[in-house]
Write a protein that binds this ligand. Structure first.
Ligand code: GLA
Length: 408
């Protein structure tokens, strides 16, 4: 009998805890070098998604300049499914998608955009539709044949157990690679099994770190089992080292602009709160998946989703997720390193009244004497040069996002 050396035993135990020994590495697909950007049908349309809606959305990506800003993936979430044909191949719901998925993908591709779809690692999706467990190879080939570029893969109805979860995602990750088509793999396990530790190895390009974000500011574990914007921000703490080119922590889709009219629940948010979500998702290098009905956006929603300087924080090529550097009961300061020695800083006010928030160089591990040019990215205004700290008055539930560039 072979005797294992103690360090091997400890190494194996740590690996087990991290899920490392279980996941067989799926080679990278080269996608998602910056956080994926696009639109997903779920937050607004839910069961009412259709061919017509998706084509309209693709048209609007171009008309509204969203494509130019980097929004690229048009993703159909749950409720597109129509069961399986006599040969066991997935088919779309013929009432909602009468022209079939290949024609829809071709249309989206003709606009220079990418096409995403949804399934689940069990027999049924969260919405009770047919899903891909034990049909992985067949479904992946069907998706590749349709021209799918993005698969969101949910976990409803699947076992709680960690190893089985990793096995199911790894199977789909490998199977997607085997199709030969580059398909971005979006893992939607919601966080209970710490996917940040294993999802990249399972072939994931993004992985949900928390439950669905509802259309509200902060009421975790409410009757709708969604979490608020603030709770998702808090769930993001300490995961930054797992994000980077090829794989990103995903605190869920944007609720910006839903205005309590969407499929997902909540009482709606005000403009400051939606702007906080956008600011924080960019600091977090999160995927930016719009959830509102972009065919009917208000000017304010468009403003929040379309600020190129804010989006540039999210898409910065260094690929660093930001992290929290200071926290009081009422306020947060977050920083994200950017290329060229610059950094983005978010001042977040949790209170119902205005607060003055200070970003101290010391908290951000900057030299006290370092001189930075500060630019307000929402106001798109240069604020001057600062040394030691930068303070601002921040409105209720608002976030100020500034860029600090070293002054030579
Ligand atoms: C889960 C996911 C959501 C959405 C629905 C669809 O709840 O977390 O993002 O995909 O399923 O049924």
């Amino acid at each position: 009998m072979k005797i294992m050396k103690p360090f091997l035993i400890i190494g194996a135990a740590v690996g087990f805890l991290q899920g490392n020994v279980i996941a067989e590495d799926v080679p990278p697909n080269g996608l998602a070098q910056t956080p994926p950007m696009g639109w997903n049908s779920w937050n607004t349309f839910g069961e009412k998604v259709s061919d017509e809606v998706v084509r309209d959305v693709a048209d609007k990506f171009l008309e509204l300049g969203l494509k130019e800003l980097g929004y690229e993936y048009v993703v159909i979430d749950d409720h597109w499914e129509g069961g399986r044909d006599a040969n066991g191949h997935l088919i779309p719901n013929p009432k909602k998608f009468p022209q079939g998925m290949k024609a829809l993908a071709d249309y989206i591709h003709s606009k220079g955009l990418k096409f995403g779809i949804y399934s689940d690692a069990s027999a049924k999706t969260c919405g009770g539709e047919v899903a891909s467990y034990e049909h992985e190879a067949d479904d992946a080939n069907t998706f590749a044949g349709w021209g799918v570029d993005f698969l969101k893969y949910d976990y409803c109805g699947a076992p709680d157990e960690l190893q089985e979860c990793i096995r199911r995602y790894t199977t789909m990750g490998k199977t997607l690679r085997a199709t030969g088509r580059p398909i971005l793999f979006s893992i939607c396990e919601w966080g209970p099994r710490s996917p940040w530790l294993w999802a990249r190895k399972a072939g994931g390009n993004m992985w949900r770190i928390s439950f669905d974000v509802g259309d509200f500011w902060d009421s975790p574990h409410n009757a709708y089992s969604c979490i608020g914007i603030l709770a998702a921000v808090d769930a993001s703490v300490n995961h930054e080292k797992h994000a980077g080119p090829g794989g990103w922590n995903d605190p869920d889709m944007l609720v910006v602009g839903l205005g309590n009219t969407g499929n997902i629940k909540g009482g709606g948010c005000n403009s400051a709160e939606y702007q906080t979500q956008m600011s924080m998702w960019c600091i977090l290098a999160a995927p930016l998946m719009i959830g509102c009905d972009i065919r009917n956006m208000t000017d304010d929603t468009k403003r929040i989703l379309s600020n190129p300087e804010v989006i540039a924080v999210d898409q910065d090529k260094l690929g660093k997720q930001g992290h929290r550097v200071a926290r009081t009961a009422s306020t947060d300061v977050w920083k994200k390193n950017l290329t060229g020695g610059a950094l983005a800083v978010a001042l977040l006010n949790r209170e119902d009244h205005e607060m003055t928030i200070t970003a101290n160089w010391k908290d951000m591990k900057l030299k006290d004497g370092a001189n930075f040019a500060v630019r307000d990215l929402w106001a798109r205004a240069d604020l001057g040069n600062f040394t030691g700290s930068y303070s601002a008055k921040v409105g209720p539930h608002a976030t100020i996002l500034v860029k600090l560039t070293p002054v030579k």
